[in-house]
Ligand binder design. Sequence first.
Ligand code: R5P
Length: 339
Amino acid sequence: MEAAAYQELRIFSGNAHPDLAKAICSYLETSYGACEVFEFSNENVFVRVQDNVRQRDVFIVQPLVSPVNTNIMELLIMIDAMKRASAGRVTAVVPYYAYGRSDKKDQPRVPITARLLANLIETAGADRLLTVDLHAGQIQGFFNIPVDELTALFMISRYFKEKDLKDLVVVATDVGASKRARNVAQSLEAPLAIIEKRRLGNDDRSQVLNVIGEVDGMRALIVDDEIDTGTTIINAAETLKDRGVTEIYVACTHPVLSGPAVERLKGAPITELVVADTIPISKEKHIPQLVQLRIAPLIGEAISRIHTGRSVGELFQLDMEEDSGDPKVPNAMVGAERG
Ligand code: R5P
C-alpha cells in the first residue's frame, strides 16, 4: 500500500454485516477493529470502541439492512463514538443505502427520507461516505461531505460476459433503471429493451404497461438496482415470457429480499438471480437460482485508495481496459458463490 494521507487505517463494523467487514479486512490484510455494539433491554443502542482510534483513519462498515432502523442508529452512534474518541477521519461505508427510494416529494405531504438520513450521518460526524449503487445518483447531492459511489455493474457484466449467452437482450425494469441497463448492454454488446412500469399506491404493487424493444425469441437479462419484495422482477419476467423470451436471467446489485420475495422467486421463470453481497442473505433465503458476487475486494480497494489519497474513479477506468493484467482492477476480482 502507498503512503497514507492519514494515520493508520482501522476498519470497524456494526451488527449489520460483520462478514463483509471481515472480508474487507482480509482484502486489506488488516485486522478487524474491536468495538462493542449492542442493545440494552430497553432497545437503546450502546457502543464502546475498544481500540485506540486517536488520529486514525476510521472506516465503519454498515449496510442499512434489516433491522433497518436499528442499523441506522448503530451507524450514527458508532460515528459519534469514533469522533468523541478523537478519530482523525471517519468514513461511513454504507454498501446499501436504505430509504433511497424516498428521494423526492412525489406525493403531497411526504418526506424526503434519503435526504434526512444524509443529514443524520453528517450531523453524527462522518467526514465521508463510501457507498455502492445508490437508488438514484442524485442522492450524492444530499450530502455536503465527499461521497464515493461504487458500482457492482462492472463485475456483474464481467460475470455475464464469461457466460457468453447467445441472442441476449438486456432489459431495464423501468425508465429509471434504463441508464444502468444500457451500460450493461453496452458492455455485453447486446441490445436494450425497457419495461414501462407503473407503481400502484404505496404498498409495493406495480403494473407493467408495455415493453419497448425487441425481445421475442431472445434470452433476457433483467437489470435493476435492487430486488426488494420481488414484485418488479417477477412482473417483468412473466411479461417477458408472454412476449416470447426463451430464458430469463436477473442481475440486481442489492438483494433486499424482503417479505414474500423468496417464496415468489421459487416459482418464477428465472434461471439465475445474480446479486452482490452488499446485504447478508440468511440460509432460508438461499434459493437455487441465487448467485452472489463478492463486493469486498471492490470496497477494500476503494478504502485503500481513499486512505492513501489515490483516485477512486481510476478503478473504473482501469476496469474498462480489457486484460489490463492489473490484479487491483474490479474485473479481476469477481468471485461467485451459488445459492
Ligand atoms: C424501484 O424503482 C427500484 O429500482 C426497484 O425496482 C424496486 O426497489 C424493486 O422493488 P420490488 O422488488 O419490491 O418490486
